[in-house]
Design a binder for this molecule. Structure first.
Ligand code: NAI
Ligand code: MG
Length: 502
């Protein structure tokens, strides 16, 4: 571990100083009605970065009534789409202008290596706003000829329109805070919705800074509100509120279920869910094993393994098994852990001490169930919530570490002998978010793509995402597709119109 002291950007120092961070409600920065604050920590040290006002049920009440007023009377919901497009583009520009500062802030609060925040999280966040800026003027319905079999001679003009779904509550996780905020804010705003954003309690800071920049970009006050707070209080109040038309959620499958129940028990609000995964990463012996091992490594350990699409079940065809497992373990043993702000850091800490304890419980379960630990799984010396990345081999499909989402740096590697066998095993999961296949045989690759029950399949690569492409899962990995044009469905209602021409 590196231990150098790291200097913090003056813009961030300014942002973090000056008392508890306020909530952003109805276009104003205010104290929360709970009167409580909570701590945003630096997971590399365990130290407090800032106190943050904690939004509770009463703040949710106030935010929802402000949002309803905004949605019903504008300005955002009534604004000319071309004007909306300009504002979303300006948000992208401001994010770009402040990209270094935002990447550092994201790293301070989440722990991820700053070079990853700067090269992936920020460009993706910026591009999301630009991509959706383009959509503002292109969200259209269709004209559809009718058949009216009960009145064959009748004439009608029939068409559809796409209208904003209304007040959206976006509840996001802590693993990629800015990117997840943009996945929800940008399409919802492009569709004319107003949004209440609840960042995760572990990582509220970048969402608050984003709100400042949105204000500066000219987003009308109240269009987006930011309520930092906890899941069972602020989150649950949003999910149960009849004034919220739609919840867009990313997080655990368990919380996804609670949100669905809350929606069913209130107003049957629209719900989209981007949930967990236990993605299979299948490596055939004819693959480029050097590249495959690198991608297998990044597939499971990127972002400290805290990623919904993590390729955490690595299936390797038996002739390549020894070589691949040793390559993976060697790489894991050599990784340079350290504070994310240190440019030499390759892997940062986990997001919180609770989360590290949870991940460690899986390492213990793996050992207890008889998997072989080739590397890591222990804590390095020093402060912060670090964990050495763990590589387990000889894992069996029914072991806990092969079935459950760990959301941390724990790889489960398993051998296989035939195509049919591995595809069946890969699909035997409650989840269906992503999958990867490595082979030089084109037929084998495409047959695997067709057989895999997953919302995303990568061939001879892994972990790619793009603002233009849909993202989401089969089975218990969620409902709906985010990013790409498919997301328009999440933030609009379709209106069918008949005009009599007889
Ligand atoms: P979580 O799913 O409980 O939290 C995600 C977001 O949901 C946070 O903003 C949280 O405040 C909110 N939330 C929690 N309970 C809520 C409720 N009852 N109603 C409304 N909102 C609620 O995830 P958590 O507890 O942080 O992590 C637990 C495990 O979940 C992780 O170890 C990991 O396995 C999984 N997870 C998966 C993610 C993914 O993207 N697939 C993201 C985060 C966590
Ligand atoms: Mg939870």
């Amino acid at each position: 571990m590196t231990t150098e002291t790291i200097s913090i950007d003056p813009a961030i120092q300014k942002f973090l100083s000056g008392g508890a961070k306020k909530i952003y409600l109805g276009g104003k920065w205010v104290d929360s009605k709970t009167g409580k604050t909570f701590k945003a920590l630096n997971p590399a040290t365990g130290e407090t970065l800032a106190e943050v006002c904690e939004a509770g049920k009463e703040d949710v009440e106030a935010a929802v009534s402000a949002a309803r007023e905004q949605f019903e009377n504008g300005p955002w919901s009534r604004m000319n789409p071309a004007e909306r497009a300009k504002i979303l583009w300006r948000i992208g520009d401001l994010l770009e202008k402040h990209a270094d500062e935002l990447a550092a802030l994201e790293t301070l609060n989440n722990g991820k290596p700053v070079k990853e925040a700067r090269s992936a999280d920020l460009p993706m966040t910026i591009e999301n706003f630009r991509y959706w800026s383009g959509w503002c003027t292109k969200i259209t319905g269709e004209t559809i000829p009718t058949t009216t079999p009960y009145a064959p001679k009748a004439k009608f003009f029939s068409y559809t329109t796409k209208e904003a779904v209304g007040v959206v509550a976006a509840i996001i996780p802590w693993n990629m805070p800015l990117q997840m905020a943009s996945w929800k804010l940008a399409p919802a705003l492009a569709c004319g919705c107003v949004v209440i954003l609840k960042p995760a309690e572990q990582t509220p800071l970048s969402a608050l800074r984003l709100a400042e920049l949105m204000e500066e970009a000219g987003l009308p006050p109240g269009t987006v509100q930011v309520l930092p707070g906890f899941g069972p209080t602020a989150g649950a109040a949003l999910a149960a509120h009849p004034g919220v038309d739609k919840i867009s959620f990313t997080g655990s499958t368990e919380t996804g279920r609670e949100i669905l129940r809350a929606s069913a028990g209130s107003n049957l609000k629209r719900v989209s869910l981007e949930l967990g995964g236990k993605s299979p990463h299948i490596i055939f012996a004819d693959a480029d094993l050097e590249m495959a091992s690198r991608h297998a490594y990044m597939g499971v350990f990127y972002n400290q393994g805290q990623i919904c699409c993590a390729g955490s079940r690595i299936y390797v065809e038996r002739p390549a098994y020894e070589e691949l497992t040793s390559k993976l373990a060697d790489r894991a043993k050599k990784v340079r852990l350290g504070p994310g702000l240190d440019p030499k850091t390759q892997m940062g800490p986990l997001v919180s001490s609770e989360h590290r304890a949870r991940v460690e419980s899986y390492v213990e379960a793996g050992k207890k169930e008889g998997a072989k630990l080739l590397a890591g799984g222990d804590r390095p010396a020093g402060k912060g919530f670090f964990l050495n990345p763990a590589v387990f081999t000889d894992v069996k499909d029914d072991m806990k570490i092969a079935r459950e989402e760990i959301f941390g740096p724990v790889a489960a590697v398993m051998p296989f002998d035939s195509v049919d066998e591995v595809l069946k095993r890969a699909n035997r999961s409650d989840y269906g978010l992503a999958a990867g296949v490595w082979t030089k045989d084109i037929k084998k690759a495409f047959n695997a793509v067709n057989a895999l029950r997953a919302g995303l399949v990568w061939v001879n690569t892994f972990n790619l995402a793009d603002p233009t492409l849909p993202w989401g899962g089969y089975k218990q990995s969620g409902w709906g597709r985010e990013t790409g044009a498919e997301a328009i469905k999440l933030y609009t209602e379709t209106k069918t119109v008949w005009v009599d021409l007889n």
